[in-house]
Ligand binder design. Structure first.
Ligand code: KG4
Ligand code: ZN
Length: 364
């Protein structure tokens, strides 16, 4: 079985090839082109710009993924290898409509011309499947096995720029939504707060970097809903708390001119990361205990955060639960996770049945 994965939901254009049967599955190639440098200039993503970049990248990215997987050289031979694939695993939502359409129409065209079926993949479920691409069993410099020893039931925490969701996973593709954010997503909080304190987009990595030299004792921000009985999150209050603190530190200046000094930026970054990580871990562990699970899977862009990864390991030591986090390059958007999801949830349909769904959520 050979699956081509395609991911274009936001500002990354990605294609990947997975090949295998049963438990012998290999990620043969994974190519990602990101337009984030463009969005850094505008302080965030302008959907129209992201869609235009998707159009620019999609064919070269697919070509590159095929070349790496099948060791071809010229363009004609490379695209001819599309005949070898069994199905296309495709992100059809959620995401930015303009970006999604580029992947959807490309996949439908390949499906129509070469008579290949399409496996529609929910981007958020795709993120969870990045955990199935084992970080530890590399075949060679660029090929990974899909042999992570994940046991069900599992709690999946999906933390990205658009979502913060806790799910119970009892088998492949079988999810129950346990809780989610009532306002901003965790990644969105990182991005908005970064902007507030003068750090570039994307905010998560920028805050993580500054937090390393932050003074842990200088600021402490509230942890909304941390003690609530439900498994929901709320991050918009954190953004307000940081804004208030910055205003307090800059009483004499107008809001537009806010520019905390470099050490204050590091200290604010530390306290922001500390609050977000603390809430994410407490709620995830609460869910793990409540549902007596065997595994915890974290995923999404925020799962690349080293404090989150480290602290979750430390704080879960007393529980009999295995912690999984994707390799960092597969935390942010990529097609390898989409192809993996397609492999474990092989429900192909005709290209005629595919359309983009920007508002897609977890179906129950
Ligand atoms: O999953 P993703 O690539 O795109 C969405 O589907 O949204 O996640 C992007 C988000 C951004 O908000 C970014 O700031 C955050 O993930 N992020 C991080 C880190 N790397 C990316 N947040 C915290 N720490 C990081 N190292
Ligand atoms: Zn994503």
């Amino acid at each position: 079985m050979i699956i081509l994965g395609i991911e274009t939901s936001c500002d990354e254009t990605s294609a990947a090839i997975i090949e295998g049967q049963g438990s012998n599955v290999i990620l043969k190639s994974s190519v990602i082109a990101s337009s984030f440098a463009l969005h850094t200039k505008t302080g965030g993503i302008i959907p129209e710009n992201a869609a235009r970049e998707q159009i620019k990248f999609i064919l070269p990215v697919i070509e590159d993924a095929l070349k790496k997987a099948f060791d071809t050289s010229d363009t004609f031979d490379t695209f001819a290898t599309l005949n070898k694939i069994d199905a296309i695993a495709l992100t059809y939502g959620p995401g930015l409509i303009g970006s999604l359409l580029v992947g959807v129409e490309t996949a439908k065209t390949i499906g129509y011309v070469l008579n290949k079926p399409i496996i529609p993949v929910n981007h958020m479920v795709g993120h969870i499947y990045a955990n199935f691409i084992s970080a530890n069993s590399k075949l060679n410099a660029r090929r990974y096995m899909l042999d992570a020893k994940i046991e069900f039931p599992a709690i999946a925490l999906v933390v990205s720029g658009g979502h913060t969701d806790l799910l119970l996973m009892t088998g492949h593709g079988i999810f129950t939504l346990l809780g989610g954010t009532r306002d901003d997503a965790a990644g969105e909080a990182f991005d908005k707060i970064a902007r507030l304190i003068g750090l570039p987009y994307p905010g998560g990595p920028a805050i993580e970097k500054k937090a390393k030299k932050g003074n842990p004792k200088r600021f402490r921000f509230p942890r909304p809903l941390v003690g609530s009985t439900d498994l929901d999150f709320s991050f918009s209050g954190l953004k307000t708390a940081v804004l208030r603190k910055v205003q307090e530190l800059n009483r004499s200046q107008s809001l537009k001119n806010i520019k905390p000094d470099p050490q204050t930026v590091r200290d604010l970054a530390f306290a922001t990361q500390d609050a977000i990580v603390d809430v994410l871990i407490k709620k995830t562990l609460k869910a793990a205990v409540k549902y007596n699970v065997r595994s915890i899977l974290i995923s999404g862009g925020v799962a690349a955060n080293q404090s989150l990864r480290n602290e979750l390991k430390v704080k879960s030591e007393k529980l009999k639960v295995k912690i999984f986090a994707p390799q960092k390059s597969l935390c942010t958007d990529n097609a390898a996770m989409i192809a993996a999801c397609g492999f474990y949830n092989y429900h192909p349909v005709s290209w005629r049945e595919i359309s983009a769904d920007p508002e897609l959520y977890f179906s129950q």
